[in-house]
Design a protein around this ligand. Structure first.
Ligand code: OGA
Ligand code: MN
Length: 205
């Protein structure tokens, strides 16, 4: 099976997939350089939780800072990523008839000691986000560096079904409305590119 086929099969059977070979070779280090430059230029903002009037910064829930990619102003590596993710979205539509038609992505930086408590990526009453995608960017992440993403079964009270070290170039995909997950605090800053493949907002589902 190709890497794509393995990922599609895992998504179909488990609702999630982890792959070190899916993202284009060599892209993660270039994305890392771009996001470091944006960070150093002061282009990150503290991430918030919730939406509408209840949207707010809550350090106890989520400790990262983010920078949203905008196609017009994105650097060369970010633009390459957006082109590639559009192709991946098309393949997912062909495989699963998911009707995904947009994407939104942000760089994220978790300082040492910060994580994100267990949550689902679909906000209440907003079902546009269908597939969550994260590409890890930190080079040389140590095996004892923490920062793991942990995935859980939908209603499970048991432990995680997957624990993913944020190794550079590793990609995780999962169904946004079905896979609760959390981010463990790490021992050093943790950089990633995270986003969502979406259906048209406002369409009846
Ligand atoms: C998120 C998230 C996971 C990760 O941003 O919603 O869950 O591993 N990120 O960074
Ligand atoms: Mn999440």
């Amino acid at each position: 099976m190709t890497t794509y086929e393995t990922v599609l099969q895992s998504l179909e059977q488990l609702g999630w997939a982890v792959s070190d070979g899916l993202a284009p070779a060599g892209l993660a280090p270039r994305l890392y350089d771009e996001c470091r430059a944006l960070w150093e230029a002061g282009r990150f903002r503290p991430a918030e939780v919730g939406r509408g009037p209840r949207q707010a910064r809550q350090d106890a829930i989520r400790g990262d800072a983010i920078h949203w990619l905008e196609p017009d102003s994105a650097g060369p590596a970010s633009r390459e990523f957006l082109v590639w993710i559009t192709q991946l979205r098309t393949m997912l539509n062909q495989a699963f008839f998911m009707g995904l038609n947009t994407e939104e992505f942000h760089f994220a930086r978790y300082p040492a000691g910060a994580g994100y408590t267990r949550h689902l990526d679909q906000h209440q009453g907003a079902t546009a986000r269908k597939v969550s995608v994260t590409l890890y960017l930190s080079p040389d992440w140590p095996v004892d560096g923490g920062g793991e993403l942990r995935l859980y079964e939908e209603k499970a009270v048991s432990g995680p079904v997957a624990t993913v070290l944020p190794t550079q170039g590793r990609m995780v995909l999962f169904l946004s409305d079905q896979v609760p997950h959390d981010v463990q605090p790490g021992t050093q800053p943790r950089w990633s590119l995270t986003g969502w493949l979406r259906t048209a907002a406002g369409l009846p589902l």
